[in-house]
Design a protein around this ligand. Structure first.
Ligand code: HEM
Length: 173
């Protein structure tokens, strides 16, 4: 029963996490960049009022915490024989890649979304265009966030491939 609930939480949060990261990275962010200043209000709505980046971070944390708990339970308390055995290796590798992706997302990407949110929040509150320094800050932060977005997206795709196929690794290894 405990495992069933954990799997439900783990897979539900994981689906939301990966889906929202890919949707943001492949569709929303490019559309925002292409729209230029016209997207300022939309971006502020998304980040500040809808708390999109907080929702992504929270779903990642929930998926990883539930995943680690599942890993501990199903490997008899992280027994290396089980963790690195052919029938469980996919979960171990996928879990490690997902944890690294969460690390990049939480420690590098998320703080940059806060910089963008705070900067455009100030512009909207004062009803003025950005100064050259603010423009440079937004462009620079956007470039860094985009690069990190690729790392997180690719990491999560690898993690999904591992999780989805892990039960069958034993047939090939
Ligand atoms: C990208 C994020 C993740 C997604 C989308 C995801 C998705 C999934 C899915 C769909 C399953 C079911 C697979 C099956 O039954 O064949 C699963 C199982 C599992 N996941 Fe993940 N997962 C993610 C991250 C993690 C992390 C970070 C860990 C641990 C560090 C982890 C550990 C596990 C374990 C141990 C199972 C097997 C549970 C069992 O045997 O009942 N997952 N995951």
């Amino acid at each position: 029963m405990e495992i069933l609930l954990l799997r439900l939480i783990h897979i539900g949060a994981g689906v939301f996490w990966v889906g929202s990261v890919l949707t943001f990275h492949l569709f929303i962010q490019p559309a925002v960049i292409a729209s230029g200043p016209a997207a300022t209000g939309f971006t502020y709505q998304l980040l500040h009022h809808r708390r999109f980046s907080v929702a992504i971070l929270t779903s990642g944390l929930v998926a990883v915490i539930a995943g680690i708990t599942l890993l501990v339970i199903t490997s008899n308390g992280l027994d290396p024989e089980i963790l690195f055995g052919a029938s469980r290796l996919g979960f171990t590798v996928g879990g490690a890649v997902a944890i690294l992706s969460l690390g990049v997302g939480a420690l590098y990407l998320f703080p940059r979304t806060r910089i963008v949110e705070a900067t455009i929040g100030g512009l909207l509150a004062e009803g003025r265009p950005p100064t050259p320094a603010e423009q440079e800050l937004l462009a620079h932060t956007g470039r860094e966030a985009r690069a990190a977005g690729w790392v997180v997206s690719i990491g999560l795709i690898v993690a999904v491939i591992c999780m989805a196929t892990a039960s069958y690794w034993g047939l090939f290894l």
